[in-house]
Design a protein around this ligand. Structure first.
Ligand SMILES: Nc1ncnc2c1ncn2[C@@H]1O[C@H](COP(=O)(O)OP(=O)(O)OP(=O)(O)O)[C@@H](O)[C@H]1O
Length: 248
């Protein structure tokens, strides 16, 4: 049995349809990014398949966040490129990359980055409204997402009235409400204790997979990476392969 959804905006419901073999969804080739004299990325290649979850690991300052930002179109690489379903998405203008992020990507950050003055339901509904969905429809979808992630009854709470783990669940719902192709998470459990972090990773990986999105997680933490299907280790802006990679 697999999980799929006819309407990508709604929480997934179980079905029994067969899926075709996974395809490469996001591909990066020869990514180089410099900040002045610092070479943050020094020729990174990457293929992310449909439904795959990838942990990006490595020491502090190795280029993990820079890689995530280049993959997600937040930064333009100095050399190389990124393709989403075969279409180049790294060379557009700031505005084009901003639209790309809104339409095709979801984001979960270390501290959630929810809007503190808005209740949870409005935080979740906002990305759908920015894509043109009516407030009523977006609010209904947001309620469904919050309920499906275990937050029924907390729709009206502001971020300051939620625990860290609850706030990250809201962030996961907000990342998924637009039916993204890829969800990017930068240290999503960095502000949480071990048990709460594991709970957030379970929700993040299960909900992302069920929604048909691929996932990229930047983390220092082996126990967080263990939730992902594959890992990429970078040191000094380059991928490290082989047994040493697992030891880091
Ligand atoms: N906006 C920037 N301006 C200048 N240097 C930067 C900038 N962003 C990143 N760097 C540098 O690029 C290198 C890679 O940084 P990056 O944040 O990608 O590393 P990281 O692996 O995510 O680190 P951490 O685990 O500590 O968050 C570092 O030397 C960093 O100082």
């Amino acid at each position: 049995m697999s999980l799929a959804t006819a309407d990508p905006f709604r929480p997934p419901v179980p079905t029994t349809v067969a899926h075709p073999a996974p395809q490469v969804r996001l591909a990066a080739r020869g990514l180089v990014k410099r900040f002045g004299a610092t070479v943050a990325l020094d020729g990174v290649d990457l293929d992310l398949a449909d439904g795959e979850s990838l942990a990006v690991m490595g020491p502090s300052g190795s280029g993990k966040s820079t890689l995530l930002h280049c993959l997600a179109g937040i930064l333009a690489p100095d050399q190389g490129g990124v393709a989403l379903r075969g279409r180049d998405v790294s060379s557009g203008s700031d505005r084009e990359r901003s639209l790309l992020r809104r339409r095709h990507y979801g984001f979960v950050f270390q501290f959630g980055q929810l809007l503190s003055e808005l209740p949870a339901v409005e935080n979740v509904a906002l990305p759908a409204m920015l894509l043109g969905t009516s407030r009523r429809e977006a609010t209904e979808r947001a309620r469904q997402w919050l309920a499906s992630l275990g937050l029924a009854g907390m729709e009206g709470r502001r971020p300051g009235e939620l625990s860290g783990g609850q706030a990250q669940r809201v962030a996961v719902a907000r990342a998924l409400i637009t039916g993204p192709d890829v969800v990017f998470a930068d240290e999503p459990t960095g502000a949480l204790d071990q048990a709460t972090g594991a709970d957030v990773m379970r929700v993040l990986t299960e909900a992302t997979r069920a929604a048909g999105a691929s996932l990229v997680v930047v983390t220092h933490d082996e126990s967080v990476a263990a939730w992902c299907s594959r890992r990429l280790v970078i040191v000094d802006g380059r991928e490290v392969r082989g047994p040493l990679a697992g030891a880091r």
